[in-house]
Design a protein around this ligand. Structure first.
Ligand SMILES: [Zn+2]
Length: 284
């Protein structure tokens, strides 16, 4: 049984963050370089991240004060955009580079988002970028630190036709900011996991079957719901990211590691049968 959180405001239209018709980062960079006012999105980011020392990665390279248009805009220190619609004249989206295991931003604990900041263009832009990147990569979920944003939010969505996980039951789009998870029972299952930040590797991880999930949606509304069954593993995987934990850290038996092709050839059928049994029992 899965009880979805609010998914209102979903999408990457200009209405969500006021970014219609341009690549948000590049537009902000131009604005910042162009004069004395800080750019709408990255000026705020600079103010918030500039003095930090404990988080590595591309967001903390530039520590110039907000509003001083010296040198490069902070936006240029962001992870590389793989797809710039401004340059290519295509549908607006911001697919970001996904950091890979070994990157310090993935290994650090992400920070809480100020609840009062959820409605800002900055945080709304993070959500849009997560959605675009997750869907472009056929992921079942993605955490903000996977695209270089060291804050606590993730998205989860499994569509029925996901080619990366054909055996996964659908999960409606869920956006969670400052998520928490509590275990509702001691019952666990073995989940064969993969990760967009761990290319071509899968491994078996023990996950809880019954969890309670809480957090804020992109409208700043507090959500609390329960997830039971196979889908509970996806939420635990994404929450782990925000604590600097990747699935290989939780693999108990190294003998379960395999590539995507050997998983498909030798292990997927048996695992998919177990997933079916879980879905029959729990409904998700
Ligand atoms: Zn992952």
């Amino acid at each position: 049984m899965f009880m979805p959180a609010s998914t209102s405001g979903v999408g990457n239209s200009g209405a969500a963050g006021g970014y219609a018709g341009d690549c948000v980062h590049f537009a902000a960079a131009r604005k910042h370089r162009g004069g004395g006012s800080a750019c709408v999105r990255h000026g705020a980011r600079r103010e918030r991240f500039g003095a930090e020392e404990s988080v590595g990665g591309p967001l903390v390279r530039d520590s110039a004060p907000v509003g001083q248009a010296q040198g490069a805009c902070f936006a240029e220190a962001l992870p590389r955009h793989l797809h710039c619609p401004k340059a290519q004249g295509e549908q607006q989206m911001a697919v970001r580079e996904i950091l890979e295991i070994g990157h310090p931003t993935l290994a650090a604990r992400a920070r809480e988002v100020e609840v009062g900041a959820i409605g800002t263009p900055e945080v709304q832009g993070w959500v849009d970028d997560l959605l675009d990147t997750m869907r472009a990569a056929n992921g079942a979920g993605i955490a903000a630190n996977q695209i270089g944003i060291p804050y606590r939010l993730f998205t989860v969505e499994v569509r029925a036709d996901n080619p990366r996980y054909p055996y996964k039951p659908p999960i409606p789009l869920t956006i969670l900011i400052n998520p928490t998870i509590a275990f509702l029972s001691d019952e666990t299952f073995e989940n064969y996991e993969g990760c967009l930040s761990v290319p071509n590797l899968r491994g078996a991880v023990i996950r809880h079957l019954e969890i309670s999930v809480s957090g804020y949606d992109r409208d700043g509304a507090h959500q609390s719901f329960e997830v039971r069954g196979y889908s509970a593993g996806t939420f635990q995987h994404e929450k782990d990211h925000l604590d600097g934990i990747l699935f290989p850290h939780r693999v108990v038996d190294p003998g379960t590691f395999c590539s995507w092709s050997t998983f498909s050839a030798f292990r997927q059928e048996e695992f998919a049968n177990r997933v079916r049994q879980l879905v029959e029992r729990w409904g998700a």
